[in-house]
Design a protein around this ligand. Structure first.
Ligand code: 16G
Ligand code: ZN
Length: 533
């Protein structure tokens, strides 16, 4: 049973601030770090309950606000296979977080244990980590009080990346089984990635050094560890590694800055030679953006769509060379934000599906393929190999040396890719593998297709909840009549496309527009924004 007195005592140390309504959204709880103390305490309890409900399997908890400004923080739960928390529990987490007082909280807790039929005698195990935000340590300590209150066993993974935490969860839960994912330590993670990488690029020319913008976040120490392990095959030059400078995190740098501003972070201006590849991680290292500067000094961005195109085409080719064409169905998952030119490029090669924004939608859709590639334009993505494809790849008998080589590459790719969630470091090595195999520089990669000019604007509205969408967010169903007006405007633009959706993370509505000419894309975005306002 629950030690009510102990829960009461600890809960009183973490009172809920009045007037704030919390919500477990697309990225878990996320808001100003200094308002989250009670949330973290209660997340400790819910993580313990989730573990008990799943018979003592290890649950993950990550304390991060990713690409958001440094004063923000957040927390999200990770289910036993390393995937996002099951959605019905998102609602329970929201309910827990909003109980106004300790007594209300005790009531909600007791009711939940009964309705969810949680056997409290089961063990509870939770592994947790945080990014480099200054508010992290205090929030983790509130969270640990939650674990203590429910009697859960905690394992502190310290300061590490979001994808490493997901990796740990899956590795812990599959330990000693036939699905063993990897050794359950950060060292195990780096060893798995770097060994697969070295096999995949063995014997190939060493490319020019790769500059990494670490966003002054947790990607910096992680990339430093990786750097030492891969240095014989790939030189990594780490920039924006100031994890202790106040205010530096994600400030005018990082993957979200690059994607939003469509610019090189100013701090890299003198660090990148013409033609040299660079990339940016975000604040918790689960997003990746590539870029290069051409001979004329022009900036070229290689975003999640370009990564999807590069990687998907490579996998299709390997599967074909291995003699497995038609035996494995390969597909790509994107969102409405995918550049129209990328969708066209991909759709000429394999099935493409469009789903609503948010990693869990992409991840679930990708699970329906034998090999599912998913990337958001913002640089979050990975590749999933289904159990069927893993079996097929490991038991298939190639009949020529060429087939055998391609098969070995595919098997090594399964090791290289973090299949639990998008992972900037794993994706970076994946991109480097494809570039090495194709002898591509950023220029050749960029020329796979030309991005359609596009513009993303945000509009502050009185009530964003009146905006409702369908067809993977590509159509508005509410407010009534608005979609018709959008359609009328869009059809006047060459190659015009635009959609409007409420943000899941900010109190704004987002408007995306693209067209074959830059001025038209801008004009279209602003005209549609004018309709929404
Ligand atoms: C969150 C999502 C990300 C999505 C973004 C959209 C996860 C882990 N992260 O960061 O995938 O692109 O939200 O934000 O799901 P928006 O709804 O504000 O446009
Ligand atoms: Zn992130």
């Amino acid at each position: 049973t629950i030690d009510v007195e102990e829960v009461r005592r600890l809960s009183d140390l973490h009172p809920k601030p009045a007037l704030i309504r919390f919500q477990y959204g697309t990225a878990g709880f996320r808001t100003l770090g200094n308002t989250l103390d009670s949330v973290l305490f209660r997340v400790g309890i819910i993580a313990g309950l989730r573990s008990k409900k799943l018979d003592g399997k290890t649950i993950g908890v990550m304390v991060t606000a990713s690409h958001n400004p440094e004063p923000d923080n957040g927390v999200k739960l990770v289910d036993p296979r390393g995937e996002m928390l099951e959605s019905s529990w998102e609602t329970h987490a929201t309910t827990f977080s909003n109980a106004a007082t300790t007594e209300d909280f005790l009531f909600v807790l007791d009711a939940f244990v009964k309705t969810a039929k949680i056997d409290l005698s089961k063990p509870a195990r939770v592994v947790y980590a945080r990014d480099t935000r200054p508010s992290g340590p205090a929030l983790v300590s509130a969270f640990e009080d939650g674990l203590k209150a429910i009697g859960a066993e905690g394992r502190d993974a310290g300061v590490t990346t979001t994808p490493i935490l997901h990796y740990l969860v899956r590795s812990i839960n599959t330990k000693g089984t036939k699905d063993a994912y990897g050794e359950d330590s950060e060292q195990g993670y780096f060893a798995k990635l770097s060994e697969a990488f070295k096999k995949l690029v063995a014997g190939r020319a060493t490319p020019p050094p790769l500059v990494i913008d670490c966003a002054n976040g947790v990607g910096a120490p992680a990339a430093a560890k990786l750097s030492g392990l891969v240095k014989e095959n790939l030189l990594l030059v780490l920039e924006n590694t100031s994890t202790t400078t106040p205010g530096a995190l994600n400030n005018s740098c990082g993957a979200d800055y690059v994607k939003t501003a469509q610019k090189l972070p100013p701090s890299l201006a003198s660090k990148l030679n013409a033609g040299q590849r660079g990339c940016s991680l975000d604040g918790d290292a689960d997003r990746l953006m590539y870029f290069y500067i051409d001979e004329g000094g022009k900036f070229h961005m290689l975003d999640g769509d370009k990564i999807a195109a590069l990687v998907a085409a490579f996998i299709v080719e390997l599967v074909k060379t291995a003699g497995l064409e038609g035996q494995l169905n390969i597909g790509v998952v994107q969102t409405a934000y995918a550049n129209g030119a990328s969708t066209k490029y991909l759709a000429e090669r394999l099935p493409v599906k469009c789903v609503p924004t948010g990693v869990k939608h992409l991840h679930h859709a990708a699970e329906h393929y034998d090999i599912g590639v998913y990337f958001e334009a913002n640089g979050h993505g990975t590749v999933l190999f289904s159990p069927t494809s893993q079996d097929k790849l490991t038991t298939y008998e190639p009949s020529t040396p060429a087939q055998s080589t391609a098969l070995t590459h595919l098997i090594n790719l399964m090791q290289l890719i973090n299949q639990t969630v998008g992972d900037a470091l794993s994706d970076m090595l994946l991109v480097e593998v494809v570039l090495a195999h194709k002898s591509y520089s950023g220029v050749e990669w960029d020329s796979l297709y030309a991005d359609l000019p596009n513009r993303l604007v945000k509009v502050v509205v009185a009530d964003r909840t009146i905006f409702k969408t369908q067809d993977a967010e590509r159509q508005l169903v509410s407010p009534p009549g608005l979609q018709k007006k959008i359609d009328e405007i869009v059809q006047r633009y060459d190659g015009g496309r635009s959609f409007v959706r409420p943000s899941g993370t900010e109190d704004v509505v987002r408007v995306y527009a693209e067209s074959i000419f830059r001025p038209q894309a801008d004009e279209l975005a602003f005209r549609i924004a004018g309709l929404v306002y």
